[in-house]
Design a protein around this ligand. Sequence first.
Ligand code: 2AM
Ligand code: CA
Length: 284
Amino acid sequence: MFHKDRNYDMNKGVVDMDQEKKNQLFHQAKQWVMEAGDDIRKSLKKPFKVDTKRDRKDLVTEVDQQTEKFFAHKIKKTYPHHQVLGEEGFGDKVESLDGIVWIIDPIDGTMNFVHQQRNFAISVGIYQDGIGQIGLIYDVMADELYYGLKDEGAYKNGKQLDRLNQNRKLEEAMVGINSFWSVPNRRLDETGIHQLIRKVRGTRSYGSAALEFVYVAEGLIDAYITMRLSPWDIAAGVIIVHEAGGITTQADGSPLNMISHNSIITCNPAIHQEIITQYIKPKQ
Ligand code: 2AM
Ligand code: CA
């Protein structure tokens, strides 16, 4: 079926997103992200309501909800045939990535938002038929906008990110991990990760998956390894990391599945295989 947002080739089926359409979508998405960031900064000037979701560590605030509603409303009004997959559930029940899907985390790093009022980000990934086209991650308090456009590179505040060290050795690497690895894990053997911690130069834990992805893209850390992330935690990040020359896979090296959970490693390609084969091991 012909679709007005896509280039259609009778032999190959759907091909790349039309360039003009992609530019237009990017500028629109960027404008909404900046507007949402402004609103979030304003919301920090007055008290806001904090609730828990699955457990006492899983936080949500009215600001998360308002921000997602803002995006869902704008997208639906401007692009009624696009789907929205958002963490707080104000989008659609997305069961397939056919067509254009906006995958949104209104605030990634909600615990940082609540406790620190910084180190959180808005994350917006735009996919067409399952292929990442545009990723935006906005560090709201630092006013740093990272974005990646398929086949056009990754950028931070307009400056291209293309300096991943191709000779990075594991001994010199900085790795983003979180404290889940310091307690027993059901699926993966944490002792492998403990050996990795001894091997690398240093570890960091920032509490926002989206920010850890862009730090990999920027080369501030060389890998980020974490368990069971949702599509909205990674959708924009995988595009930005890829466009910066990095790689993201499931922790066992298999390809990502963008409509379910993934344990992931996003990484400088120079150390990706070594980490997976030497240090990430399924539980016996
Ligand atoms: P969130 O802030 O949008 O919930 C924290 O280590 C990072 O992991 C954050 O990016 C957080 O996203 C994400 N995350 C995903 N699932 C989580 C969970 N069950 N508990 C805490 N953080 C989770
Ligand atoms: Ca969130």
